[in-house]
Design a protein around this ligand. Structure first.
Ligand SMILES: O=C(O)CCC(=O)C(=O)O
Ligand SMILES: [Fe+2]
Length: 208
């Protein structure tokens, strides 16, 4: 096999992220919250999706509800600070996000939460990522989406649904400013026949 042929093979199957600067579109919400969007940030998102399905040690969680326990309707795994990530493209993504947002955020993204929505019955209810510092200070949560598009909805705390983004294959969304404490987000269930979706959320230290 010639070197040229090998190079063209690699070119056609590049997996990784594109540039962020000048491409991310910011929408100011109210109360000091904002959302950045970059559709199609990932190249080779198909391959990343396949690899994540196979490599992430997905687990089902249960949580207490009334006098019993119910299944959390999605599969999960969180990579903590320093844990090796399951795909080099995720390392590339985390480094690119940390570099791009450093002037505003002042610290790197360090954890990667992974969620696997198997079909339209899997979902996450309205919440803010406010169990850690997100409850009291401005921060950022960057989400990359793979697989079937699903809606990410946003509303001000105590208010009506205000923003809905169909997050597609390889898309980036970053929630910033006061978003985790003044706004809530959700991925609603859908009766439409949808395929599986994986979401990877990059967060700074002690944001979850
Ligand atoms: O699936 C998503 O994009 C959102 C997940 C989310 O909000 C969370 O896990 O905190
Ligand atoms: Fe969240």
């Amino acid at each position: 096999m010639s070197v040229d042929f090998q190079a063209s093979l690699f070119e056609g199957s590049r997996v990784g992220v594109g540039p962020l600067a000048g491409r991310v579109q910011r929408t100011e919400l109210s109360r000091g919250a904002w959302v950045d969007l970059l559709p199609g940030w990932f190249e080779g998102a198909d391959q990343v999706f396949e690899d994540l399905v196979a490599r992430v040690p997905w687990r089902a969680e249960k949580r207490p509800m009334y006098d019993g326990v119910v299944d959390v309707p999605r599969l999960l795994h969180t990579y903590g600070t320093g844990d090796p990530l399951p795909h080099p493209a995720l390392v590339e993504a985390r480094e690119a996000l940390s570099a791009h947002y450093a002037p505003e955020l002042g610290e790197p993204f360090v954890t990667a939460g992974c969620c696997y929505y198997r079909d339209g019955r899997d979902s996450v209810a309205w919440h803010g990522d406010d169990l850690g510092r997100g409850r009291t200070v401005d921060t950022m949560v960057a989400i990359v989406s793979f697989g079937s598009p699903r809606k990410l909805q946003l509303r001000p705390v105590g208010g009506q649904l205000a923003v809905s983004h169909a997050l597609g294959h390889g898309d980036l969304v970053v929630m910033g400013g006061s978003c985790q404490r003044t706004w809530e987000h959700a991925v609603p269930k859908t009766a439409r026949p949808v395929g599986p979706r994986i979401s990877v959320q990059f967060r700074p230290r002690n944001v979850f």
